[in-house]
Design a protein around this ligand. Structure first.
Ligand code: SF4
Length: 390
């Protein structure tokens, strides 16, 4: 007999046991009723509540957010609402974990549906990372004896914010930091001031694109570490020659963008400018006109001259909202004609938001996300480093 939970990621399978499912009475409600009830619950909770909405959320949810942004921007907003007892994070699990680390002790972080994970974050497992670290030591690439004459460490670990709290804790304890797509260049510079090499995880594309396009590191000075292979599937000499050790992970949404799509959009819309998120593959960035974080994409398109036509390579909800916002002065289309949807973000529905808020009004907290105490300290260290690197 097949699995009873088809098409779920490892994270989702693990979290499903603690996930509190949406009660039946919250299914099938008319949109107008949900809107009115969410607004009413929000008003009742007042300053005790803050709702954070990631750019990739659907319209029916993000319209209720007090703050919208990418992971980095939302992380920064937490400190601005000290009176809020409840931080409802309309995003995915790793974002809620970071919020739990950064918030004050009296604040509780809630993810409306605990099955909202991230397939990229699932690609780096703490046991795999511990094994990688040990194997790098066995290869003679890191450890106290391998410090170079310059006094730098052998390897500085850097994890993208799209990773589990356990990964961030491991990295923080070993002198590393967390990065976002917005501060990736500054983060790599920070790490190269401290180490000869960078172990970058979980997104190989963000690591490669930032190192190549922003720092000018040649591709032959980068290797890909496959956590499913012994010694990452690499020879010690290959790793010794490399400056970037890229974890073999990716975003299943952004990997769908391709060079043929760019060629097609240029044929169909002469003069179009193509802008992509750096989670897309290297060749796609190479064929595009520009690349950057979601915040960078928004700013660039908003500030472009009237009449500009843009093809945007990132999650479709952001693209559609941007298209509506800048029309009719500018035209925005998705680089993928079918629109790349983040299906895990999509799990947070207005029904879930309504249920969570009405239960909070009644004094009941569901789907709280907490980072274990033994991981909190080093998480905080890693995230504070991230917030200090611009
Ligand atoms: S878009 Fe990709 S990286 Fe972002 S949450 Fe979805 S799966 Fe994760």
């Amino acid at each position: 007999m097949g699995s009873i939970i088809p098409l779920l990621t490892e994270f989702e399978k693990n979290s499903i046991s603690e996930r509190q499912a949406l009660p039946e009475k919250y299914l099938g409600l008319p949109d107008a009723e949900m809107d009115a009830r969410i607004a009413a619950a929000r008003a009742t909770l007042g300053e005790r509540l803050v709702i954070l909405g990631h750019h990739y959320q659907r319209d029916e949810v993000i319209r209720f957010a007090d703050f919208t942004g990418d992971s980095f921007k939302l992380s920064r907003q937490i400190a601005t609402r000290p009176k809020a007892d409840f931080i409802v994070f309309c995003g995915v699990h790793f974002m809620a974990e970071s919020a739990d680390v950064l918030c004050a002790p009296h604040q509780q972080v809630i993810l409306p549906d605990l099955a909202a994970g991230c397939s990229m974050a699932d690609m780096a497992d703490p046991d795999q990372l511990a094994t990688c670290w040990e194997e790098l030591q066995q290869m003679g690439i890191l450890g106290p004896d391998t410090e170079s004459k310059s006094g730098k460490a052998g390897v500085i670990p850097v994890t993208y914010i799209n990773s589990a709290a356990s990964i961030k804790a491991f990295i923080g304890e070993r002198g590393g930091t967390v990065c976002t797509s917005g501060n990736a260049k500054a983060t790599l510079e920070w790490a190269f001031e401290r180490g000869e090499k960078i172990l970058f995880l979980p997104d190989q594309h963000l690591g490669r694109n930032t190192a190549y396009y922003k720092l000018g590191i040649p591709l032959d000075e980068m290797v890909v570490w496959d956590p499913h292979e012994i010694f990452g599937g690499l020879e010690p000499e290959e790793v010794k020659r490399a400056r970037m050790i890229l974890w073999k992970g990716h975003c299943s949404v952004h990997e769908r963008f391709t060079v043929p799509q760019i060629e097609a959009v240029r044929r169909q819309h002469p003069g179009v400018r193509v802008i992509v998120h750096p989670e897309v593959p290297w060749a796609v960035v190479n064929a595009a006109d520009d690349n950057g974080s979601t915040e960078y994409i928004l700013k660039t398109v908003r500030e472009s001259p009237a009449g500009s036509v843009w093809a945007v390579g990132t999650e479709v909800h952001l693209v559609n909202r941007l298209a509506n916002e800048v029309a009719p002065d500018r035209t925005v289309i998705s680089l993928d004609q079918f629109g790349c949807l983040c299906s895990t973000m999509f799990r947070v529905s207005p029904n879930h938001l309504l249920w969570i808020l009405e239960e909070l009004v009644e004094g009941r907290v569901h789907n709280r996300v907490t980072v274990p105490d033994d991981q909190k300290h080093w998480n905080r260290v890693a995230l504070d480093r991230m917030l200090s690197i611009q």
